[in-house]
Design a protein around this ligand. Structure first.
Ligand code: FUD
Length: 286
C-alpha cells in the first residue's frame, strides 16, 4: 500500500508571499513529506505560477483546503452570500488545478466557525446544491472535493462521518469524498474504527488529517492512533495522510482565530514536522 504523506502549510507559514511559499515547500521536502496542503482561505491571493514551479522543482505534491466565512457561507439562506461562496470555491478549484493538484478539501460546505443555532433545512439544501454545482466544475478540472466534517464549535452542518456520508448521498456526485480528521473525530465520534469502516464501505473515504487532541505535537495527546491506523490498514486505505498542527507561533489572520489558536503548543516547525513524520513511519508504517 502506498500513501502520500502530507503536511499542512500552517506548520511552516501563516501567509503565501514568495518567500513564505519557498520556505514552506522546501521545508516540506526537507522534512521528508510528499505533499503540502495549502491553506487557501483566500485563493485569489496565491501566485499559482510560482507555487507550481516551486512544487515541481522540489517534487512535492499539493492539496488545497479552506474554510468559508460568514461572508461566503454556502449554507446561508442569503443568496448573495451563497453566490460569493460559490465564486470563492470555484477560484479554489482553479487554484488546485493550476498548481498541479487534484484535491480541494476542508470546510467548503459551511463557514468555519461557531454557529449559535442548528443549520436550517434551507441552509443545508443550499450547501448540498452548492457542492453538487462545484463538483461538476471540479470534475472538468480533474479535482476531487473532500468534505471535512468538524467539531460542533467549527460548523453546524457536518460533525460526524455518518452525517457526511448522508450529505454525500444527497450531493450524488462521484468526485465528492469524506475527509476524516482525527482531532474532530475525537470530539464527535463514538468509534474511530467504525467511522473509518463506514466511510470506506461507502466507497467515500478520501483524505485523512492527522492531528493531536490539543493540535500540538503528534503523539503527545490523547488520540487513539493505534486504533485509527489499524482501521486504515484494515480497509486498505491508499489515500493521503496529512499532518496538521497549529500553534500561536505561526499565525494566519483568519484561520488561526477561527480555530481558536491562542496557545503556543510548539515553537520549532522543523522539529515538529520531523517528529510527526517519524511518528507516522513508526506507528502507521509509511
Ligand atoms: C479546521 C481544520 C482544518 C481546516 C483547514 C483549512 O479545524 O481541521 O483542516 O479545514 O486547515 O486549511
Amino acid at each position: 500500500m502506498t500513501n502520500q504523506i502530507g503536511v499542512h502549510a500552517l506548520v511552516w507559514v501563516g501567509g503565501w508571499s514568495p518567500d513564505e511559499a519557498r520556505k514552506a515547500i522546501e521545508s516540506t521536502k526537507a522534512a521528508g513529506y510528499d505533499l503540502i496542503e495549502l491553506a487557501a482561505i483566500d485563493p485569489s491571493t496565491f501566485d499559482t505560477d510560482l507555487t507550481a514551479k516551486l512544487l515541481q522543482d522540489n517534487e512535492i505534491g499539493a492539496a488545497v483546503s479552506l474554510g468559508l466565512t460568514d461572508d461566503t457561507d454556502v449554507s446561508s439562506e442569503d443568496p448573495d452570500v451563497v453566490a460569493r461562496g460559490r465564486a470563492l470555491l470555484l477560484d479554489a478549484v482553479h487554484l488546485v488545478r493550476d498548481v498541479g493538484g487534484s484535491y480541494l478539501g476542508g470546510v467548503i460546505y459551511s463557514k468555519l466557525g461557531r454557529y449559535a443555532a442548528p443549520v436550517t433545512e434551507r441552509g443545508r439544501a443550499s450547501s448540498v446544491e452548492s457542492i453538487a454545482w462545484l463538483a461538476d466544475r471540479a470534475a472538468d478540472a480533474g479535482v476531487t472535493l473532500g468534505l471535512e466534517f468538524c467539531n460542533r464549535y467549527e460548523t453546524n452542518v457536518l460533525n460526524t462521518t455518518e452525517q457526511t456520508l448522508a450529505f454525500i448521498d444527497d450531493v450524488d456526485r462521484p468526485n465528492v469524498v469524506a475527509h476524516l480528521d482525527v482531532y474532530h473525530m475525537n470530539i464527535e465520534e463514538v468509534s474511530f474504527s467504525e467511522a473509518v469502516h463506514r466511510a470506506a464501505d461507502a466507497g467515500r473515504l478520501g483524505y485523512v488529517h492527522l492531528g493531536e487532541s490539543h493540535r500540538g505535537a503528534l503523539g503527545t495527546g490523547s488520540i487513539p492512533f493505534e486504533e485509527f491506523f489499524t482501521a486504515l490498514h484494515d480497509v486498505d486505505y491508499d489515500g493521503v495522510l496529512t499532518f496538521e498542527s497549529f500553534s500561536s507561533e505561526v499565525v494566519h489572520p483568519t484561520l488561526s482565530s477561527n480555530l481558536a489558536i491562542w496557545r503556543n503548543t510548539w515553537t520549532d516547525s522543523m522539529q515538529l514536522a520531523l517528529n510527526a513524520r517519524a511518528f507516522i513511519r513508526t506507528h502507521y508504517g509509511a
